[in-house]
Design a protein around this ligand. Sequence first.
Ligand SMILES: NC(=O)c1ccc[n+]([C@@H]2O[C@H](COP(=O)([O-])OP(=O)(O)OC[C@H]3O[C@@H](n4cnc5c(N)ncnc54)[C@H](OP(=O)(O)O)[C@@H]3O)[C@@H](O)[C@H]2O)c1
Length: 268
Amino acid sequence: MGKIVIITGASSGIGKATADYLSRQGHTVFGTCRNPANYPKPDTYSLVALDITENESLETFVSYFRDNSIIPEVLINNAGVGITGPAEELPIPAIRAHFETNFFGPIALTQGLLPLLRKADNACIINITSIAAYSGLPFRSVYSASKSAFSIFTEALRMELRKAHIRVATIAPGDYATDIASRRHHAPVIKDSPYETIYSEALATMNSHVDKGSDPLEIAQTIEKIIFETHPKVHYLSGKWLQKFSVALKGIIPSRWYEKLISNHYNI
Ligand SMILES: NC(=O)c1ccc[n+]([C@@H]2O[C@H](COP(=O)([O-])OP(=O)(O)OC[C@H]3O[C@@H](n4cnc5c(N)ncnc54)[C@H](OP(=O)(O)O)[C@@H]3O)[C@@H](O)[C@H]2O)c1
C-alpha cells in the first residue's frame, strides 16, 4: 500500500535515488531541497523548497501539510553535508554551521512534523547517519561527531515514541557514489601547517572512496523494507562488507590495533 513519504535532500545522491525509487514503487513522495528551481522537475515525485537550517522555511513547509490536511506517514531525515579538516584548524563557525544542517535541522523538522505523524497509522522516521558515526575518523572529526550525536538522539527518540506507535530507526551508510564530496566544507590545506601533507593526502583518499562508492539504490531499497517492517531494528548499517565489519571490529580488538587499521585506511 502506498505511503505518504517526506524525504529531505532529494535533489541529489541518496535522497534523489530514494525519492525516485519509492515514488516508482507507488508511494506519494515529497522530496525537499533548498532551491528546487536549480534542478529539473522530477517526473514521479514533488521536489519542494526546504532549508532545514531556517526556521521560516521549516514553518512554511510544515504548515503546507497542516493546512492541506495531508498526514505524512514516513519521514526520512536524509539531508546532510560533509566537513573535513584537521580538528585543530577547523573554524568554529564552520563547525556550528555543520551541526545546524546535520543535527539541529533534522531535529527541528522532526519536532515540527511529529504532531502530524502521530495522526498516521504506524508512522515511521528514518534518520540517515553514517558509518562514520561509529568512530572518530581522522580529518572528519566534526562529521563523525554530528552523525554520532544524531544516532544517539535517535535511540532516545525511538523509546520516547514507542507508545505512540511511531517506529524510529537509523541507516548508517558507508561510502556511496554521490555528490557529497563537492558539497562538503573543506578546510583549506594551509601551507606550512603541520597537517599540510598528511591532510591533503587523506583528502585525496577520502574523495576516491566516495567516487568508488556503492549505488545509492541499495539504501532506497533498505528504506522501503524498513517502512514495512513491524519491528524495525534501531540501527541498520549499509555499505561494503569491510565498512560494516569495521564497526563490529571496534568493539572487539584493542583500540591501538583499531587506530592502526583506520590510519592505514586513510594513508596517514
Ligand atoms: N555519500 C556517502 O558516501 C554517504 C555516506 C554516509 C552518510 N551519508 C549521508 O547521507 C545523506 C545524503 O548524502 P548524499 O551523499 O546523498 O549527499 P549529496 O548528494 O550531497 O545530497 C545532499 C542533499 O542534502 C541537501 N541539503 C544540504 N543542505 C541542506 C539544507 N540546509 N537544507 C535542506 N537540504 C539540504 C542537498 O540539497 P540542496 O543542496 O539542493 O539544497 C542534497 O539534496 C547525508 O546525510 C550524508 O551525510 C552519505
